[in-house]
Design a protein. Structure first.
Length: 165
């Protein structure tokens, strides 16, 4: 079951003295923050007044946070939006948090693991799987290794051959 909200970033600190939040964006294009009117954090809605990109971060000024002390209290918290307000994905694209927790099934055997994370890395994203013993394995998210992603039924079919001992 897909959640009603999507995580879009993590607050990494404050910027300046007027309560701007420094956000690590969890999206392909940080420019998407320009189009947002709000974000959610721990169930509370924050109205965005200004969003701008600064180095590898997004800086956001909200109506509710007016000084650095308040902004510092937000450090480490995740921010979300309602799924209905998210960008539309093209065929074959997925929101990372929808992939987390999928049962990973091997195309060649009865081996299964859990998809626990997707890392953003240069040319291809990297899928991180964990077996029942807690050991992690990584694999590039490429069509030659991934046969199917089925969010409705909660599984992904992959080729573990080159990546799992």
């Amino acid at each position: 079951m897909l959640k009603d909200t999507l995580t879009i970033g993590k607050i990494t600190g404050a910027h300046g003295i007027y309560g701007e939040l420094k956000i690590y964006p969890m999206t392909d294009e940080a420019e998407r923050f320009y189009d947002l009117d709000y974000f959610l954090c721990e169930g509370k809605k924050y109205d965005i007044q200004i969003a701008r990109i600064h180095k590898q971060s997004v800086l956001i000024q909200t109506a509710q946070i007016q000084d650095r002390t308040e902004a510092e209290k937000m450090r480490g918290k995740m921010i979300e939006i309602y799924r209905k307000d998210a960008v539309e994905l093209e065929e074959g694209q997925f929101f990372i948090e929808d992939l987390k927790g999928l049962e990973a099934r091997d195309r060649n055997s009865d081996k299964t693991m859990t998809l626990v994370d997707v890392l953003r890395a240069g040319g291809a994203d990297v899928l991180v799987f964990k077996n029942s013993g807690g050991k992690e394995y990584m694999m590039p998210f490429l069509v030659e290794y991934v046969d199917e992603v089925n969010l409705n039924e909660g599984y992904i079919i992959v080729d573990f051959t080159k990546f799992v001992d």
